[in-house]
Design a protein around this ligand. Structure first.
Ligand SMILES: C[S@@+](CC[C@H](N)C(=O)[O-])C[C@H]1O[C@@H](n2cnc3c(N)ncnc32)[C@H](O)[C@@H]1O
Length: 296
């Protein structure tokens, strides 16, 4: 298996921009709205003083936890609850949430595009499993490229937003099964059922809860989940994408753990970091780690 190390920069957005960052804060434009959010890695100096940043809303975190709760402070009459955004022909709703998330993880566009290219190049029916799928951008990207998708997330609310995004994107004629369940539970059930997938995507949080309060702990559960992922692949799989954020981990660790499971298929393993480009600067905001395997 060949290994490639690459920094993936999500520079394919018209509807999103990182306007400035520094002093542990970031100023971002999500479509028509501009927000200020904390960022635990932005230690550098901002291009302009944070106090001079103009935004519609600011997120004040209650604690240091990157996924922790907090409060939104409305800073302008232009602030709105939810609003449309677009990426590459897809339309979805952005909204400020209690945990500082915005209804989209824009840095993942590097993987949405990768998945679309692989599915389109296949010219045959492709079945994709998207684990921890949140509001479904990866699922929509794969369905728009012609794949049949199983979208899994423990949050029925997120799946509901995903279904709305499917309609907003005019993809109601595409097959996306929206399933609310615990990821580990679902994978074991799929094993027993003998269901197989050509491609699997997983973006687990550091800590999470399943639909019946099952606990997900990244450091403890990742190897077991990757075993399950391996067992759900068809004989000639297309790709596997694993991403991680807010965990004390190197992309080498993630990649080597995935490589153990994909060794039998040969192929190419890409590993590295994901980042967002800052407008008018050569600054990059690091966001997550990734390991992705593809058939060669
Ligand atoms: C960071 S988000 C994933 C973002 C997604 N990859 C995207 O790009 O939109 C992590 C998701 O994992 C879900 N989750 C947490 N614990 C889970 C569990 N035990 N089983 C299934 N989903 C879980 C959460 O509801 C959340 O939507």
């Amino acid at each position: 298996m060949k290994t490639e190390t690459r920094l993936l920069v999500a520079d394919d957005w018209e509807d999103y921009a990182l306007l400035d960052s520094g002093h542990l804060q970031k100023l971002e434009r999500f479509g028509s709205q501009t927000v200020i959010r904390p960022d635990p890695q932005a230690f550098w100096n901002p291009a302009r003083p944070v106090q001079s940043w103009k935004a519609d809303a600011r997120f004040a975190a209650k604690g240091p936890d990157e996924d922790g709760a907090g409060q939104w402070e409305i800073l302008s009459p232009r602030a709105t609850e939810s609003w449309p955004m677009r990426w590459n022909g897809l339309t979805f709703t952005a909204r400020r949430t209690a945990f500082r998330h915005m209804g989209v993880f824009q840095e993942h566009s590097v993987h949405w595009r990768f998945a679309q290219e692989r599915i389109r190049a296949e010219n045959r029916p492709v079945k994709v499993l998207n684990l921890f799928g949140y509001t479904g951008m990866m699922s929509l990207a794969c369905a728009a490229a012609g794949a049949e998708v199983v979208h899994l997330d423990a949050s029925p609310k997120s799946n509901g937003y995903g279904k709305e995004n499917q309609s907003l994107s005019g993809l109601d004629d595409r097959t996306i099964r929206w399933i609310a369940d615990d990821a580990m539970k679902f994978v074991s059930r799929e094993q027993r059922r003998g269901n197989r997938y050509d491609a699997i995507v997983l973006d687990p949080p550091k800590f999470g809860r399943g639909t019946n309060n099952e606990t997900w702990r990244f450091e403890e559960d990742l190897p077991g989940l990757l075993d399950g992922v391996q067992s759900l692949l068809t004989e000639s799989p297309l790709f596997v994408i694993a991403t991680a954020y807010a965990v004390r981990l190197s992309y080498l660790a993630l990649a080597q753990t995935l490589a153990d499971r994909m060794a039998a298929y040969g192929g190419i393993l890409e590993q590295g970091e994901m980042a967002l480009p800052q407008t008018g600067s050569d600054r990059l905001l690091p966001t997550a780690l990734y390991a992705r395997w593809r058939a060669d």
